[in-house]
Design a protein. Sequence first.
Length: 448
Amino acid sequence: MYRDVHSLDCLSARSRLQALRLDAPVLSPAATSSFDLVTAALMTALLSALAAAGAILAPVLSGVLVGGRSSSTRKRKYAVASEEDDSQGLALGERFGPRFRHWVRLRVGTARALWETCRFLWREAFGDNGVEMLADAWAPCVLEGVEEYGKYAVYRLALKAGPGKALPLEVGQAVSIMCLDSKSRVARAECWSAAFADANAWNRGVVDLVGPAAGKDRENDQEAKAVFDALDALGTGAEAAVRPGKRYFAYDGPHLPITRLVCFAQDAGSLPILQLLAESLPLGRSTVREADVYWIGSDETLEPQDDDLYAALEDLYYTYHTKMALNCILDDPSLDPPRVVTSEVTKSSPQPPPSKPQDTTTPPRRAGGPLGAAFGNPMRAPIEPPSAPEQPPRLGLFGRNPDLSEVVDVWRHGTLAVVAGSNDFNTDVSDHLTSALGYPTDCVLVFA
């Protein structure tokens, strides 16, 4: 599947430095002419000058525009921006503080987007800074450190190949990791990469993997528990091996070009969504013009701003707020009625007695005289087990959150839905999109 990305005949391999184009399932590196180099240099200088001018004028304009509404903010139901509080009893700072912070973050995000565009144009014009892709095989590495973020933990692994080396990962691709525990038993799992969080890590030859933090959250995935428990026990310097995983983003469907993304992310499913958005939203990187992101929180005791993955999505929104709308929904699965296990009901129900072997030499006799012979003896009818109780209808994600059903639009040409979460979550979303909103099955991608 993976080959040398520097080979011109390798059209299907993608590197981090190539643009993600959803209108073409196969990518090929384009030759760069001298005219392209001059144009890219002039564009880089112009964008840098505009970014510097915006940074200088921002403090002056803030006094004029404070309290104003951003014209580029698109309509969204559960938006990241706080709703205006029209209460007259609030102090001036309380009334204008959140709006001012929101305005500043929008301006900073615009400058960051310009910087990312300049950096992308620079790399396209002057090369890949010597980053070399490793082969699609197990790459030895050592644990550099662990940093916890709430219920998640980021494990930084340094490739033994050294700086300037990188795994040949596709967009949103998972990473397989293998190590030995303290008893020399092999532990292996597949988890998501956090490459979106630190672009410089790509050049330093490190791989950042996200796993559940130590505790009850780790019990839900026994494979990940075995790997990360082993790394925690061995500590810094523990040896492991990584390679590209089996899950990654790929769309080869007929509905091209893709101009709109509709993303549903739950818990750790935010990681591949983040990587996809970071690759497709920058200017000139893809045909995507807008993206609607729905972050589904499953822990009502946790505020969205306290979740690190949601915070990363929020930072991405402020960077690309002209293209992206971020929606936050707190879901309570306990609203669904409990499921009744039918096997247990059948097991405890009275069963008919075992039938006795009959004498085949004489016809069986029926009690009850002629009527009994004609209609059988109702007193000896087999005992029917009681029917299982009727299952209550399952509400599902959209049934528990009717407002979410109102927000998500029906499918239109050029729209691609991406779903990443638990198995029940993926099933709920994909079924609703295809049955109620008219999404073709090949326009719903599920990160399982």
